[in-house]
Design a protein around this ligand. Structure first.
Ligand code: SAM
Length: 224
C-alpha cells in the first residue's frame, strides 16, 4: 500500500516540547487543511453531524531508521521500559499516530477550500494526516483497563501564572496554555526545581520551572 497525506493539521504547537501527551486533554484549536486532491466538499458530506473524529497521522518528526522493541514513556519517569506495542510512543516501526479530537466546525476558506476546525489535538503544527474517521459511541469502553497509564489518570500540576504574564497572550490562547502546563510538559519527571524550561507556543516563548507539584510561569516573550 502506498500511503499519502489527505490533509495537514495546523496549530500553535510549533515544536515537539510542549505538546500534550494525549488528545482531548487540552482545549486548543487546530485547523485541518486538505491537500488539493482531496479538497472535495462531497468527501465531508454529513461530517458536521459528528461531535468527534479519529485522526490517523504521521509522527513526521519521529522517523528513525532503527527499530527499538521497547520505549521509555515519559510519564514513567523516563527509566522504565515497556514494549513499543504497549505504548503510544511516536517511535514505532510505522510512525502512525491515532488521536480523537472534537469537531468544532467545517469552515469554508476562500483559498484552502473546506477545512475542519478541531479541538484537543496532540499533534505538532504541520503534521500530515493520513485519514479521518468519525468517532462512534461504540468506540468508548468505560471499563477498559489501561495498564501503567491508569496510574496517571488524575496526575496534574498546579499552575502559578502571574496575571501580568497571562495578559501578554491573546485571550483564546490563555486557557489552552494553562491546561497544557497542568499536564506537565517536562520531558520526564525531574526534581531539579532550579531548572528553567522554555518552549515555543505559537508566536511566544514560555519559560517555567517546577517545584514539587507547582509549576511557576516565569516568562512570556515574543518569539523571534
Ligand atoms: N494520541 C496519539 C497516539 O496515541 O498515537 C499521539 C500520542 S504521542 C504520546 C503524543 C506526542 O507525540 C506529542 O506530545 C508530541 O511530542 C508527539 N508528536 C505529535 N505530533 C508529532 C509529529 N508530527 N512528529 C513527531 N512527534 C509528534
Amino acid at each position: 500500500m502506498v500511503i499519502e497525506p489527505v490533509a495537514h493539521l495546523y496549530n500553535d504547537y510549533v515544536e515537539k516540547f510542549g505538546i500534550p501527551r494525549q488528545s482531548l486533554r487540552v482545549p486548543a484549536r487546530a485547523k485541518i487543511v486538505f491537500v488539493e486532491k482531496y479538497r472535495v466538499p462531497e468527501a465531508l458530506r454529513e461530517i458536521e453531524h459528528f461531535s468527534h473524529l479519529w485522526l490517523l497521522f504521521d509522527f513526521s518528526q519521529a522517523h528513525r531508521g532503527d527499530f527499538s522493541p521497547t520505549v521509555r514513556p515519559p510519564r514513567l519517569g523516563g527509566n522504565r521500559r515497556v514494549g513499543v506495542f504497549a505504548s503510544r510512543s511516536p517511535f514505532r516501526p510505522n510512525s502512525i499516530g491515532l488521536s480523537a479530537v472534537r469537531l468544532l466546525a467545517v469552515e469554508k476558506d476562500a483559498r484552502l477550500g473546506h477545512c475542519l476546525i478541531v479541538e484537543g489535538a496532540d499533534l505538532l503544527n504541520g503534521t500530515p494526516i493520513y485519514d479521518i474517521k468519525p468517532y462512534l459511541a461504540g468506540d468508548s469502553i468505560p471499563q477498559a483497563v489501561c495498564g501503567y497509564a491508569d496510574e496517571f489518570t488524575d496526575y496534574a500540576l498546579s499552575v502559578d501564572f502571574p496575571p501580568r504574564l497571562l495578559e501578554l497572550l491573546p485571550p483564546q490562547m490563555r486557557a489552552p496554555l494553562v491546561a497544557l502546563l497542568r499536564e506537565d510538559p517536562r520531558p520526564s519527571y525531574q526534581e531539579d526545581n532550579t531548572r528553567v524550561y522554555r518552549f515555543r507556543y505559537g508566536n511566544f516563548e514560555i519559560g517555567f520551572s517546577v517545584e514539587g507539584d507547582l509549576l511557576h510561569v516565569l516568562s512570556v516573550d515574543a518569539a523571534d
